[in-house]
Design a protein around this ligand. Structure first.
Ligand SMILES: Cc1ncc(COP(=O)(O)O)c(C=O)c1O
Length: 461
């Protein structure tokens, strides 16, 4: 059969409040044209993020009833630890309430133990919270996307890869002592959700070993990355996704995990570590900021939902449906002439807003304009990943350097929407295509110095 069905039945439903275009115009204005400031109940289809928005399975809900809420040594922790250790092979797993809590601890540990002044942390591309946490501890975050990785229309299977030549040049230029760790983000969320190949990770590992620098994964979407390796990289078509995922983790010295993605749960994360000195310090910081090491910011029931989630996320029928639904949207958008990051990755469609709205320059935030149009036209909430989120201040001046790409991300919550929701999205985009020439740029009228995209206020020009 050609039709790939959702491999689940719906047991519980949440109703969507329908709104009209004129209602949405007012809501958008009240939210200062920032989708993060729109109440969720005013959204028809919420593609703001795939983080913490998954529908949990009946098995996850039933495992939560068995959650053990003991402060220390809860059964739930041991079940969570068993699953995550089998998956990753790390010596220690420290649960955290979400991914950025693991990042905060990891970078603090790395900087404190490396005792280096002016540390530098390379990544294929830092996610926004990762970059913010790196900079928060006084380190420099350097992005090293592979050649062609930031060219949206280039069709290559692993555009999430790291540029390894640049990595080695950077290590030699700043010296290995200044690099407390190298990080690799799977999949590369800020770079169009593109996967990293096993080959690229193996080579990064080799370089890391050569210079004695630990290699860490930002593993939020490890399972989608593993599935993309299975279907795109030579030699893996007969290997199970579970085994590919295990191999990925075993090429690293540790990871930060936002389990709100491929943990199929609404909250959670962990820090995985191998080095005893790092573990000791990280555990102390965990107790200080998150909680005792057998719960670390999570309740027992959350740990049980995650233990089951990490199991379900490696089900290949689920992954086949998940990747195919993203591909389906991509095919429809390409037919409509909408420029997207190609080929689509595992969790989202990224529209190239700069190419879609060439009459709006990056300084007027074409991504934010498209995000507002999606909401006004169809009640669809999306997220800008362009100059609102990633522009930088030029050193010594107040001038802003625009982001390398002006993207709009339509991130699909796991197991939440059906094909007709997706067909509605396509129809909304078709309508926007017709009137896109009338869209005008935005200016920012209020912003915070860090991660401004969450709270900024905009005004149409
Ligand atoms: C690649 C990546 N790393 C880290 C994070 C941060 O995780 P959390 O939101 O759980 O703090 C995210 C969240 O979207 C992400 O996509």
């Amino acid at each position: 059969m050609r039709t790939i069905i959702e491999p689940f039945k719906i047991k519980v439903v949440e109703s969507i409040r329908m709104t009209t275009v004129s209602e949405r115009k007012l809501i958008l204005k009240k939210a200062h044209y920032n989708p993060f400031l729109i109440p969720a109940e005013d959204v028809l289809i919420d593609l703001l993020t795939d983080s913490g928005t998954a529908a949990m399975s009946s098995k996850q809900w039933s495992s939560m009833m068995d959650g053990d809420e003991a402060y220390a040594g809860a059964k739930s922790f041991y079940r969570f630890e068993k699953v995550t250790k089998e998956l990753t092979g790390y010596r220690t797993i420290l649960p955290t309430h979400q991914g950025r809590a693991a990042e905060k601890i990891l970078f603090q540990v790395a900087i404190q133990l490396s005792k280096t002044l002016s540390p530098v942390i390379p990544n294929n591309t830092h996610f926004d919270t990762t970059r913010a946490n790196v900079e928060h501890v006084g380190a420099q975050a350097v992005d090293l996307p592979c050649k062609g990785g930031t060219n949206p229309s280039l069709r290559k299977p692993f555009k999430g890869n790291m540029d390894l030549e640049k990595l080695e040049n950077l290590i030699q230029e700043v010296t290995p002592k200044r690099i407390p760790l190298i990080m690799m983000t799977l999949t590369n969320n800020s770079n169009g959700g593109q996967p990293v190949s096993m080959e690229n990770l193996k080579m990064a590992r080799k370089i890391a070993l050569k210079y004695k620098i630990p290699l860490f994964l930002d593993a939020a979407r490890f399972s989608e990355n593993a599935y993309l390796i299975k279907i795109r990289e030579r030699g893996y078509s007969n290997v199970s996704v579970a085994s590919i995922a295990q191999q990925l983790f075993r090429l690293s010295d540790g990871c930060t995990m936002s389990a709100k993605k491929d943990g199929l749960a609404n909250m959670g994360g962990f820090l995985g570590l191998n080095d005893p000195a790092w573990i000791r310090l990280a555990r102390s910081l965990l107790i200080l900021t998150e909680g005792f090491p057998t719960y670390g910011g999570l309740s027992g029931r959350d740990l049980d939902a995650l233990a089951q989630g990490f199991h379900e996320v490696l089900d290949e029928d689920y992954l086949k449906y998940r990747l195919r639904s993203i591909e389906y949207v991509a095919e429809k958008f390409i037919k409509l002439g909408i420029p997207i990051v190609e080929p689509p990755g595992g969790h989202a469609i990224y529209i190239d807003a700069e190419a879609f709205l060439p009459h709006i320059p990056p300084q007027e935030f074409p991504g934010q304009v498209l995000v507002a149009a999606l909401y006004e036209t169809g009640g669809i909430r999306a997220c800008e990943l362009g100059s609102v989120m990633f522009s930088r201040k030029e050193e010594g001046t107040l001038a802003e350097i625009s982001a390398p790409m002006e993207l709009v991300r339509l991130a699909f919550p796991r197991r939440v929407y059906t094909q007709s929701h997706v067909d509605y999205l396509v129809e909304v985009m078709q309508d926007i295509v017709k009137h896109k020439q009338k869209l005008r740029g935005f200016k920012i009228i209020r912003q915070e110095p860090v991660m401004r995209h969450f709270t900024a206020h905009f005004c149409p020009l």
